[in-house]
Design a binder for this molecule. Structure first.
Ligand code: UD1
Length: 363
């Protein structure tokens, strides 16, 4: 019997930590054959190549080199470039991860060619349709044949949307597989000494959501309480390319009155070490809410909602909203919170990709 040919898709930074364990688990099974496609949504050395090296992800078989663009232009270009590839390679299954434009575009192209789609990290919902990622999640789940879910809320959301139970598999969190695997080597990173930071004596900040950073006044309002925090504890801020321009526009506003250290984006191991040793993490990222939950580091999420509610109930996450008063209160609450989670979310044990590969092998 010929092996099941799976075409795996990645495009943007958070996809890389998710695909790494899935590819590894598939590679161990002779019944599964893999092709890896990079759409090129993220292309900077520090946003892409570095992660492939650190996480030992094989070189992509194909790079679609789509680059940046508006939501529609980027999605359209991915659709256009993946279709001939799918026609040429004729995979048995297309596997997409997460909620970025590459996820929805490749899923859509595949399903229209009659190729079944598997979605890793299915079912998450923020119930906020102004987020591009929420639209990507809803559409991808609606066209997927296999839905691999990280937490019970995802199973419940899919049931409510009428997705047949047989398609849905609660498998755990592949991003945590990667964290578990690399935690020991990340501990050896010298990032703290490079940045002259004492363990537990600093906070980490990441921001890149369009709703938070695209408008300079919104961005400034969000930063106000963080600037205040920086007078007590230095704040390290690895800046996403999207956020760079907004930050430059504000340069000088708090000159000499803050200790927010804007640095280039970090690689996976350095960033994992930085989070692990931080007193507090402030973020609008989805994945970081999950990683801090496992690391037991307090996390303040600078959003009004989260599609990952288990990080609130089982983890260290506090939702701050985006108003200065709310952020100040959340910082106080998170700083006073217990140091470690009561119990990690079910199945976030480093074996989610194995469960996925088991299911794929039985197809
Ligand atoms: C994308 C995802 C988001 C994810 C984030 C992680 C969508 C809709 N959004 O957002 O869910 O959390 O990635 O980083 O898919 N840029 C560079 N170099 C790069 C990539 C981007 O300079 O390698 C700049 C470009 O100016 C680009 C902007 O960043 O216009 C935004 O990139 P884009 O891929 O459109 O979305 P992200 O904001 O990165």
């Amino acid at each position: 019997m010929s092996p099941l040919h799976i075409l795996h898709v990645v495009g943007a930074r958070p996809n890389f930590m998710k695909i790494a364990p899935v590819l590894e688990a598939c590679a161990r099974r002779p019944r599964l054959a893999s092709t890896l496609v990079h759409t090129g949504q993220h292309y900077d050395e520090k946003m892409s190549k570095l992660f492939f090296e650190e996480l030992g992800i094989p070189r992509p078989d194909v790079d679609l080199e789509v680059g940046s663009g508006s939501q529609a232009a980027q999605t359209a270009l991915i659709l256009q470039r993946i279709e001939p590839l799918l026609l040429d390679r004729r995979p048995d299954l297309v596997l997409v991860v997460g909620d970025v434009n590459s996820t929805v575009a490749c899923g859509l192209a595949a399903v229209k060619l009659g190729i079944p789609v598997a979605h890793v990290e299915a079912g998450l919902r923020s119930f906020d349709r102004t987020m591009p990622e929420e639209i990507n999640r809803i559409v991808t789940d609606a066209i997927s044949e296999l839905l691999f879910v990280t937490e019970q809320s995802g199973v419940d959301n899919l049931a409510r949307e009428g997705v047949p139970e047989a398609k849905v598999h609660l498998v755990g969190n592949v991003m945590i597989d990667t964290l578990v695997k690399h935690r020991a080597s990340a501990a050896k990173s010298d990032v703290l000494s490079r940045l002259a930071l004492p363990a537990r004596g600093f906070a980490v900040l990441t921001l890149h959501r369009p709703a938070n950073v695209d408008d300079p006044e919104t961005f400034a309002r969000l930063l106000e309480p963080i600037v205040e925090l920086s007078r007590e504890v230095p704040v390290v801020f690895p800046v996403h390319p999207r956020t760079r321009a907004a930050l430059d526009a504000l340069s000088g506003r708090w000159a000499g009155r803050m200790d927010v250290r804007a640095i280039e984006p970090l690689g996976y191991l350095d960033f994992l070490k930085l989070m692990s040793d931080a007193r507090l993490v402030l973020t609008d990222s989805g994945g970081i809410q999950e990683e801090t939950t496992i690391l037991g580091v307090p996390c303040v999420t600078l959003r009004d909602n989260t599609e990952r509610p288990i990080t609130l109930t089982h983890g260290t996450n506090v939702l701050a909203g985006t108003r200065p008063e709310g952020i100040r209160a959340a910082i106080a609450r998170a700083s006073a919170a217990r140091a470690a989670p009561a119990s990690p979310p079910p199945l976030w044990d480093g074996r989610a990709a194995e469960r996925i590969a088991d299911i794929l092998e039985r197809l």
